[in-house]
Design a protein around this ligand. Structure first.
Ligand code: HEM
Length: 149
């Protein structure tokens, strides 16, 4: 198993990065939809259209992309010689990834509230939380590329 993983490592890492790009594209875009949806009148065509866009983005892109990111990331963890568990970068990276997955969970919970016309948060709230994945991505990418410690 280790030999095969070592051989296909560049392919697995490519698929990992492609999955990460798709996941992050959705994680940046969905809160932006919530910003405009929060100002849309309940029952209006605009609000109903946002519901469709949010559901398709979450189920069609964000959820599968997260699963693929974890799958290929997990294969990279199992590839001999790639991760040394005495290094701090991989623990910090996984901690930030855990926070990213937590934010994903909130985005999913808020989508259900919008779908049920039960959102009570203002657009300003979603504009602020939209920065969370950006900050996490900066930390994750620096940790995994620079491996500072
Ligand atoms: C459970 C989720 C994840 C796991 C287990 C994981 C694990 C890994 C591992 C082991 C590597 C290989 C490091 C190397 O080749 O030296 C890697 C590469 C990478 N990961 Fe992840 N990762 C995960 C999620 C993410 C996320 C969420 C991002 C970005 C937001 C990310 C960005 C990257 C990048 C950019 C690389 C390539 C680094 C390079 O080429 O030097 N990963 N990941």
């Amino acid at each position: 198993m280790g030999d095969i993983l070592a051989e296909i490592y560049p392919w697995v890492k490519s698929l990992h990065i492609i999955s990460v790009i798709a996941w992050m594209a959705g994680m940046f875009y969905l809160p932006r939809l919530y910003v405009y949806h929060a100002d849309a009148e309940i029952g209006s065509d605009k609000s109903e259209t946002f519901k469709i866009m949010e559901r398709r983005l979450l189920r069609g892109i964000i959820n599968p992309a997260m699963i693929m990111t974890f799958l290929f990331g997990g294969l990279l963890l199992l590839t001999p010689g790639i991760v040394h568990w005495a290094d701090l970068w991989i623990w910090l990276k996984l901690a930030l990834v855990f926070l990213m997955a937590g934010f994903h969970g909130y985005l999913s919970k808020w989508r259900k509230e919008f779908a049920a016309d039960e959102n009570t948060r203002p657009a300003k709230f979603y504009r602020m939380v939209n920065e969370i994945p950006t900050v996490l991505v900066i930390g994750i990418v620096i940790l995994v590329v620079v491996k500072p410690f």
